[in-house]
Design a protein around this ligand. Sequence first.
Ligand code: GAR
Length: 216
Amino acid sequence: MSETKTRVAILISGSGTNLQAFIDRAIDGRVDLDIVVVFSNRVDAYGLERARKAHIPWVSITHADYPDRESFDRSVAAVLDEYAPDLLILAGFMRILSPWFVRHYEGRVLNIHPALLPKYPGLNTHARALEAGDSHHGSTVHFVTEELDGGPRILAGRIAIEEGDTSDSLNSRVQAVEHEIYPQAAQWFAEGRLEFRDAAAWLDGKRLDEPVTEDF
Ligand code: GAR
């Protein structure tokens, strides 16, 4: 791959459908990203099979082998840094990051969370949106800071909740949205249009006090 591409490390814990969306778009040139390594904290994550099929280097380190969060994170960073990533993409990486890790990669880590943040940080977002009787739901790409699911928001994909929707139906529609918005936000970063500055997200030189929102 060309050396001008942005070098990305993708961190997963599970199925890796978002990882697959990045792989597909990197292969056919829709994004200027070179996926230099895939990392999982679970060696049985199906996403590692996706990396193998795409001939992308992968590494797995089990967090349970470490006495505390920061010692695990330092081992992860030591491995990732061998690949000199410009950007880290958390794609269903179900680990809370230590302050050390966040500072080490400050302004260079993206996460996607399956809710219209700041609503519903944490788990069970689809059920919580249904229970609250929300009219809309979706997913949000944001920069990672020490606040869980709380960093500056970049791009949100919004869907209408329909009569008869369940957690499962919302999950599949939200995931389809994620596969569009996440590569798009990473491409903005690759193009130098998106940056993290003064604890905020900036797109095309404008501070994003609200995320760019797209309806699906
Ligand atoms: C995605 O829906 C992502 O938004 C969510 O995990 C899923 C991973 O799916 N992330 C979080 O909940 C983080 N707080 P995938 O493994 O199929 O990409």
